[in-house]
Structures are given as structure tokens and as C-alpha cells.
Design a protein around this ligand. Sequence first.
Ligand code: NAD
Ligand code: WQD
Length: 334
Amino acid sequence: MNVLVTGGAGYIGSHTVVELLNAGHNAIIVDDLSNAKADVIDRIETITGKRPVFYKLDCKDKDGLRKVFSENQVDAIIHFAAFKAVGESVKKPLQYYRNNLDSAMAMLEVMEEFGCKKFVFSSSATVYGPNNPHPYKEEMKAIESSSPYGWTKVMIERILTDYCTAHPDFCAILLRYFNPIGAHESGLLGDDPNGIPNNLMPYIGRVAAGQLEKLTIFGDDYPTPDGTCQRDYLHVVDLAVGHLKALEYAENHEGVEAINLGTGNGISVLELVHAFETANDMKLPYVIGPRRDGDLPAFWADAGKAKTLLGWEATHTVEDMCRSSWNFAKNAGK
Ligand code: NAD
Ligand code: WQD
């Protein structure tokens, strides 16, 4: 297939492009590099021996998208392009709604012009909001969120659902990711956010590399076995493979389908810290701090639907995630 990957220079997008190329598909990347570096394209070529077509382009630019569709046969879209920092979205809601909603809308409008009918969307476990019990199941009705970022995912899921009702021959797969961590085994691709990381694993990586002094664990008085929050961490390469499975499914189906991509297991912050220390044979300086506003005590996926419908399940261990994260972080920025 010829797959247009928006946000394909980013963390999850770049790993997905590698899996696409390795599986014999062609990848066309559209990324404005607002949160990625141009050399990711070279790194993808180094890993796969193939160079993806690359357009430095804002997905909100419909004329730019029309040019991409005119110059390439596009069979399907994987839409990663979005701003993703939860805290920043609370401070800059308009930027988040504008970027995330308009880029999805512009893409759908141009897809319609060119008759492209397969759309795989980066949604998030955040759409289960604060009120559903875990494990989260796709059929849960309380789809809501607690941040403008999360609401953009809820709204785009709604837009895609309504679009599929109006166009029954269209297929939209809403992939609800849990907590992706880890990196490509080459050490060439990984999560390398600008500035001080918000997410746990890139923060741990900077502490391990001596670039930050210590990790602060946000609260140890939650109602969990060790008092720290539990999440469903999954390896980014497993997540990337999940996109290929979703594409294969979309090729032969119509309508909208929400699918969790997670392992189905909850891991606490302290467990992840200790797993990182063991996997990489090092000590990680940390202190216990206050809770972070908005954090839920615990959630993980019911991963059954992905297995039944897509034949996908996560295969990498927590040790794999910790080892590959460090293998990337120790060289990041060099
Ligand atoms: P990322 O920031 O590394 O990747 C997003 C990419 O999109 C970046 O390369 C950025 O430059 C690009 N981009 C942003 N706005 C754009 C625009 N208007 N036009 C073109 N390119 C644009 O983030 P990621 O972690 O790889 O996340 C990818 C997707 O997965 C996002 O939609 C994110 O919301 C979603 N997601 C991420 C996580 C996570 O924990 N990383 C969890 C659930 C969902
Ligand atoms: C994980 C755990 C923190 C940093 C976010 C988004 C979610 C999704 C994935 C996109 C929590 C703790 C963290 C630190 C810590 N993204 N922590 N010290 O909050 O589960 O999910 O990313 O859709 O929408 O909300 O991930 O990595 O920030 O935190 O103790 O310095 O690590 O409290 O328990 P989170 P995270």
C-alpha cells in the first residue's frame, strides 16, 4: 500500500514508518517538524535502506495536501500529526484545538476530493476520561477528557464517527493508545522531546544520562499496591506494528472501529523505575514529591479487541522497553 503518514517524523510516526517500509509498503511523510527533527528521515533510511518521500508541510494547509495527493497515489492515511502536551494544552487551548482539529478536518476534506477512504487515527486512552473503571473497554460510553488535548481526541473521534455514518464506504480506525515508551533497537529513533520532558520515560532517560539531577515521583499515597500510579506501558515498536494490523483490517472493512492498543497490564511508577535500574544495571536518583494535578491513580487496557479483530498483541517486555529507552537516551542529542 501507499500510506500517507502525517506526523511521520515524530516519535510514534517514525517507528511506524520503519515497520511500513520493512513490510514492503511505501510511506509518504507529511510533517511540519514543529516537534521533530529533519534528520529522522535519514535515520529511517539508515535503518530500512529505503527513503520515505517527505514533505515538510503543515497538515492544515489544504493546497499543500492537494499537491501531495496529486504527486502520489495514496491508498490510506495514518494521522499522527497533532500537538500532544497535556499541560501545555491547558495553557494554550486555542492552539491545540486549531492544530489538532483543523489538521484532521483538512485531511478528511482533501481525502474526499481524491477518493481516499481509509483513515487510521491516533487516539488515546485519555478519551475514557476520569469516570470509567479500568480496565478500559472500547464499548464504554463515557467518552470525555480532562484536558483540551484530550478533548481534541474525543472530538476527532466524533467527527470520524459522523463522517462514517454519512459515508458508509469509508473506514476509520480509532486507535486508543495507552502509554508508549521504548525506542527502536538501533538506538536511532526514540522519544526526544524539546525542553524538560513531561512524560515519565523520557524524564528517566535524562536523569540516567546525568542531564537532570533526579526524578520526582508524583505521589506515593494513591490507592495502589505501592502507592504510586499504575499505567499500561507498551513498547513503541509493538504500537507501530499495531498500525500495520489496523491498515490491513481497514483495507477490507468499512465503518468506524475504536480499538485499544495496550498490554492489558498495569505497572506502577516505582516498578518502572526499578525495572529500568535492573535492565540497565544502574541506580536512578529519585525523590517522592506531591501528586501532579489531573493524574488518575490507575488505568490499563482491556486488550482483547485488538487481539480478536486485528490479531495484534504486545510482545515486548518491560525489560525490553527499559533497555531500548536507555540505548536511545544515552546517545540522544549527540
Ligand atoms: P510527536 O510530537 O513526536 O509526533 C507528532 C508529529 O506531528 C511531530 O513530528 C510534529 O512535528 C507533527 N505535527 C504536529 N502538528 C502538525 C501539523 N499541523 N502538520 C504537520 N505535522 C504536524 O508525538 P507522538 O508521541 O509521536 O504522538 C503521535 C500521535 O499519537 C499524536 O497524535 C498524539 O496525540 C498521539 N498519542 C501519543 C501518545 C504518547 O504518549 N506519545 C499517547 C496517545 C496518543
Ligand atoms: C506516567 C506516570 C505520573 C513524570 C500522558 C497523557 C496521555 C497520553 C500518555 C497522549 C504518572 C508519573 C511522570 C514524572 C512521575 N498521551 N510521573 N514523574 O500522564 O499517564 O499520560 O501521556 O495521549 O493522554 O496524559 O503519562 O508519562 O506523563 O506519566 O512520577 O516526572 O508517571 O504521575 O503516574 P500519563 P506520563
